[in-house]
Design a protein around this ligand. Structure first.
Ligand SMILES: Nc1ncnc2c1ncn2[C@@H]1O[C@H](COP(=O)(O)OP(=O)(O)OP(=O)(O)O)[C@@H](O)[C@H]1O
Ligand SMILES: C[C@@](O)(CCOP(=O)(O)OP(=O)(O)O)CC(=O)O
Length: 349
């Protein structure tokens, strides 16, 4: 089982354990309050900026990895359907990394189930690769502390590095290149005052799969958007302000910083060539409702990822009112609270 506290490194302990026949794990999506948008190394999955998120207590992904000594290729099913194309390629590339570290050539059968809509800007790749990293590491007998698991999950999807941890997590961009970059880029828990008592009201305006993946959109933004550099620079200040607002339990400041950071990220992609636009008319309707809530004295702030869906940060005590205010603009409204980190469910099965 994983805890938020990294296990102490033990020189005497071997790096690998005997491979289990299989393992299953669960992980939850996380929503960034300071966004990750842009890589400085695509192969090692090193980001340009630090990011900070809240892991949710809703929408778990459950993943089972079974080693198959007789198989010539990896196979995977996502939500009961055989994975193909880019999804299978990402899973296989990830398993290749795990195998290389474990010194194994055995293929695997992966069964993964999301309860969050897949590829809709609701962090399915975060819960998906955090669960896969946890299950695959156990199945192949890799012994990893929490930071090591976060580094591994990062290689599947950057945002997955943060879903290893409960509640609020900071993913360090890291420094340098090669091994130094790889080692220095991982997530860890960050403190937040209990008095913050935050909730995220998730307005699902469209659960459909996006046309442009986060990976492609951020690549295009870094390469072509004149606004990218200024946003990345301001994001560094946002992060410092966010950390101190969390510790103070200052929900107003947390919300203001999160909202400006997210709107800035969307501005960078609107200025990309060609532009990437995830926000839809329904998104804007929800943003108007959030503004109205604030005018009425409710602390409510919006953040959006690579999709049209809006997550409204508010106090837990106000969550029901916030949900009521956005319900008619969204198909589904789900209220989330800070949730658990990734964890192993079973080993050897
Ligand atoms: N459970 C899973 N296991 C493995 N891969 C997954 C899983 N869920 C999603 N993915 C992969 O992640 C892709 C979606 O990633 P993408 O980052 O574009 O969207 P998202 O994570 O839903 O949204 P966002 O990045 O904005 O939060 C899917 O098309 C699929 O390839
Ligand atoms: C907008 C975001 O949700 C982008 C997440 O991007 P991904 O982590 O899905 O991208 P890859 O690393 O290429 O897999 C912001 C965030 O979660 O910080």
């Amino acid at each position: 089982m994983l805890s938020d506290t990294p296990a102490p490194a033990s020189a005497a302990r071997p790096l690998t354990a005997p491979a289990a026949r299989g393992a299953s794990a669960v992980a939850h999506p996380n929503i960034a309050l300071i966004k990750y948008w842009g890589k400085r190394d695509e192969q090692l999955m090193l980001p340009v900026t630090d990011s900070l998120s809240m892991t949710l207590d809703v929408f778990p992904t459950t993943t089972h990895v079974r080693l198959d000594q007789d198989a010539a290729e990896d196979r995977a099913a996502l939500n009961g359907e055989e994975a193909t194309g880019e999804t299978l390629r990402r899973i296989t590339a990830f398993l290749d990394l795990v195998r290389a570290r474990a010194g194994s050539s055995v293929r695997a059968v992966v069964d993964t189930r999301n309860t969050v809509p897949t590829g809709a800007g609701l962090a399915s790749s975060a819960s998906g690769f955090a669960a896969l990293a946890t299950a695959a590491a156990a199945a192949y007998g890799l012994r990893l502390d929490a930071a090591g698991l976060s580094r591994l999950a990062r290689r599947g999807s950057g945002s997955a590095s943060r879903s290893v941890f409960s509640s609020f997590a900071l993913w360090h961009a890291g420094t340098g290149t090669g091994e130094e970059g790889d080692t220095s880029s991982y997530a860890e828990p960050v403190p937040a005052a209990d008095s913050l008592d935050a909730a995220l009201v998730i307005a699902v305006v469209n659960a459909g799969e996006k046309a442009v993946s986060s990976r492609e959109a951020m690549r295009r933004t870094v390469q072509t958007s004149p606004l990218y550099g200024p946003w990345a620079a301001s994001s560094r200040d946002d992060l410092a302000d966010m950390r101190s607002a969390l510790v103070r339990g200052d929900l107003k400041a947390v919300g203001e910083i999160a909202e400006r950071n997210a709107l800035g990220m969307h501005a960078t992609m609107l200025a990309a060539r060609p532009a990437v636009r995830y926000l839809s008319p329904a998104t804007v309707t929800v943003l108007d409702r959030v503004l109205k809530l604030r005018q009425d004295g409710v602390l409510a702030y919006a953040t959006m990822d690579a999709g049209p869906n809006v997550k409204v940060l508010c106090r837990r005590a106000d969550a029901a009112d916030v949900a009521d205010a956005v319900r008619d603009a969204a198909g589904t409204v789900v209220t989330a609270r800070p949730g658990p980190g990734a964890r192993l469910l079973a080993e050897g099965v």
